[in-house]
Design a protein around this ligand. Structure first.
Ligand code: C5P
Length: 227
């Protein structure tokens, strides 16, 4: 299991400070909306210059018509990131278009499909998708697997079932992780490290429990010891 730290801080400087603090660790860094919209390509370059071995997950959750998604995927592949994600609900045609467009690129990034956001509970989810989270995440997982994505973004509770439904190597990345039972904030389906381990999660994403702590290095060290 790998730790992926979410760099969701309010300035580039604060994100780079955090990355500097964590540069000795074998971890992934997640660059999401807030950071990429503000800092663009620069943040990727700066992170790689802090430690070229940092792996970077660009969390932009692409969702559009197939051609636009394939174009975006092609541009993302040139950024030097190691993984990015697209919405599974964009449909099979869009997912296939993305995979086709980048399949012959050298060292292409991994592509994950976003299934059900961990901020949904069953009640709010049903109002939009008309189904339970459990049922829909099975449908999403099968679709993403058929379209040859590398894995899926889901909650820790769905990871094991998704692997059984697809194959063990189909990657699962799970946000909503509260390693030692910290505050869940706006997340609804939170899990701790033990639950993530039991469910064979490949990547845990942790943001606030690390960057809001007065000793982010200490928390990362503690997490790495336990995984
Ligand atoms: O602070 P916290 O640990 O809740 O951060 C979780 C991170 O994972 C945030 O950057 C959020 O955007 C992201 N994420 C998520 N749920 C998803 C996909 C990404 O929480 N399904």
């Amino acid at each position: 299991m790998k730790l992926c730290v979410a760099l969701d801080l309010p300035t580039l400087e604060e994100n780079l400070n955090l990355a500097n603090m964590l540069k000795e660790f074998d971890i992934w860094l997640k660059v999401g909306f807030r950071s990429y919209i503000r800092d663009g390509k620069k943040i990727i370059e700066e992170l790689k210059s802090i430690n070229p071995n940092f792996k970077i997950f660009l969390d932009l959750k692409i969702y559009d018509i197939p051609n636009t998604m394939a174009d975006a995927a092609s541009e993302i592949s040139e950024l030097g990131v190691d993984m990015f994600n697209i919405h599974i609900s964009s449909g099979a045609q869009a997912m296939k278009a993305v995979m086709q467009r980048i399949s012959n690129k050298k060292d292409r990034p991994l592509v994950l499909g976003v299934s059900v956001l961990t901020s949904f509970d069953n009640q709010t989810f049903k109002k939009i998708y008309g189904s339970t989270i459990e049922k829909k995440s099975e449908v999403f997982a099968k679709k993403a697997y058929e379209c040859k994505l590398d894995g899926i973004v889901c909650s820790a509770y769905e990871s094991k079932d998704i692997k059984e439904l697809t194959k063990p190597e189909f990657l699962t990345l799970t946000p909503g992780i509260r390693p030692f039972g910290e505050d869940s904030n706006d997340q609804k389906r939170v899990a701790n490290l033990e639950i993530a381990k039991e469910n064979l999660v490949d990547f845990i994403v942790v943001g606030r429990p690390i960057y809001l702590n007065s000793d982010p290095r200490g928390v990362v060290q503690k997490i790495l010891k336990r995984i």
